[in-house]
Design a protein around this ligand. Structure first.
Ligand SMILES: [Mn+2]
Length: 286
């Protein structure tokens, strides 16, 4: 029996293809360490529902994501605490990567990126996030959605990180980022230097994993997140930066922190579905 069969539940899917698809999608309905406003465990279902119902044709890239074969393997279901989530998700993601598939994950809180990245070597991480998630602890927790990136950089000192769109972090996090070689493009760098593309920032032959925390968007664009921080990228800025990753070697991606309980109009889930569609287009090699 494979780990997929052991740890994954069946739930509404967004598959357009079968197991031979290059891009696999999964959900991780986990929000146990969320410090402020829990509810992102309901993200995978809401983002899938939005994905089914919006137009996923991108006219700027001129690609219809509906025509791209993706295979949705379901939701991670076997965990009662953070350690169990980390254990089962690292096994499942390792298994999917070993089959040379691109793994796209719908969260859930940002801690889910930790087990996925932990097992990867020679892969750079591209993070879009209002926060740095580089605290040593948050409310006493070492393993949390506010510390995941610090734990990753402690585990793997050579991990290359491109961090895009942050605008709220404490000095401790900034010091850690600087001393660990994080390539930081804050929201203010992006607006003041008018950075619209990552084409010349990331090499074409560099394998990358892309993680999008929906709170990188201004809360007026994405109110349904666990930790909204006023100010941030607008849709056009985020989508253009994501479009600029087309042609890069994307081996996996995630879209995290969507909280449908705080999203009465559904706009955050809809924006997350658009982000998902762009990442599918970028990574499918079409
Ligand atoms: Mn964040």
């Amino acid at each position: 029996m494979s780990y997929r069969e052991l740890f994954i539940s069946s739930s509404p899917k967004i598959s357009t293809g079968n197991e031979s698809s290059k891009v696999y999608i999964m959900g991780v309905p986990f929000d146990f360490t969320t410090s402020y406003r829990p509810g992102s465990r309901f993200g995978p279902l809401a983002v899938r529902q939005a994905y089914w119902n919006i137009e996923i044709v991108d006219r700027k890239l001129n690609v219809n994501a509906e025509k791209i074969q993706i295979f949705d393997i379901g939701d991670l279901s076997y965990f009662a605490n953070s350690d169990e989530m980390i254990n089962s998700l690292s096994k499942v993601s390792k298994e999917v990567f070993s089959e040379n598939k691109v793994l796209g994950t719908i969260g859930g809180e940002h801690l889910i990126t930790y087990p996925i990245l932990k097992g990867l070597k020679n892969v750079s991480l591209v993070v879009f996030d209002a926060h740095l998630d580089l605290r040593d602890t948050l409310y006493g927790l070492k393993i949390s959605h506010a510390t995941f990136l610090r734990r990753l950089l402690e585990d793997n000192k050579s991990l290359k990180v491109y961090h895009i769109g942050s605008h709220t972090f404490v000095d401790e996090e900034l010091d850690f980022a600087m001393s660990h070689g994080v390539d930081l493009y804050t929201y203010y760098d992006i607006t003041e230097k008018k950075i619209e593309s990552l084409k010349n920032i990331i090499r074409d032959d560099e394998e990358i994993y892309v993680s999008v925390d929906m709170d990188v968007l201004d809360p007026s664009c994405a109110p349904g997140v666990a930790n909204p921080e006023p100010e941030g990228l607008n849709y056009e800025m985020l989508f253009n930066l994501l479009r600029s990753l087309k042609g890069k070697k994307i081996i996996g991606f995630d879209v995290v922190e969507t909280n449908p309980l705080l999203d009465p109009s559904g706009i955050t889930s809809i924006a997350a579905a658009k982000v998902l569609s762009l990442l599918i287009i970028d990574s499918a090699g079409v």
